[in-house]
Design a protein around this ligand. Structure first.
Ligand SMILES: [Fe+2]
Length: 195
């Protein structure tokens, strides 16, 4: 079940809204140009190959691409392996990197086949903190300011749809707004409460 908390961008402690209702989340994000929906999960076993996973969602991916853009589909699997210190270092460095406000020149599209992550979407003077879970499809429009947290112990398998590697990587704005917001663990622990 996804979780959305909305706060002013100037005060992460002042929660204007907190909801776990998927339909409400879709309705709140839609006017911002953000697409949020659920795709049925469980079509393939967890151990399915990347290609099998992508093919299982081919109808949804093709429908997504009906705008005429032929996006690539690529899986990202992150499971922290604490026995592999190099991997831990890389994962935590990636976490630090993307917990900084950035934008992309193209839409940022995620489908979570397993697990989830936290997105901080900045728009209209507010930050929309969205914790996704399995089955969630999230598409952020090109140019939207946001940042991302996969947590201290990241665990997800996702499909990313993208046009170019430059668009995939993103550009950092240099604004330190993320420093004033809680990490995913604090959001899930209820650190962001509705007033
Ligand atoms: Fe991003």
């Amino acid at each position: 079940m996804a979780l959305l908390c909305v706060t002013p961008e100037t005060d992460s402690a002042q929660v204007l809204l907190r909801t776990e209702d998927d339909r409400q989340i879709t309705e709140i994000l839609e006017p911002l140009g953000v697409r949020f929906e659920n795709w049925m999960v469980g079509r393939v076993p967890m151990e399915a190959s990347d290609q099998v996973l992508i093919e299982a969602y081919r109808p949804e991916i093709d429908a997504f691409n009906s705008d005429g853009r032929n996006r690539k589909a690529e899986t990202i699997t992150v499971r922290l392996d604490e026995t592999n210190q190099e991997w831990v270092k890389d994962v935590l460095a990636s976490r630090r990197k993307y917990f900084n406000e950035h934008t992309h020149s193209e839409d940022e599209i995620w489908f979570f086949a397993d697990g989830g992550a936290c997105f901080y979407i900045r728009a209209e003077g507010r930050v929309h903190i969205l914790v996704t879970t399995e089955g969630d499809l999230l598409s952020l429009p090109a140019g939207m300011r946001h940042w991302f947290d996969m947590g201290l112990r990241p665990c997800f398998r996702a499909v990313r749809l993208y046009l170019t590697s430059e668009g995939f990587d993103g550009e950092f704005t240099g604004d330190k707004i993320a420093d004033r917001f809680p990490y995913i663990e604090d959001v899930l622990a209820g650190g962001v409460h509705a007033a």
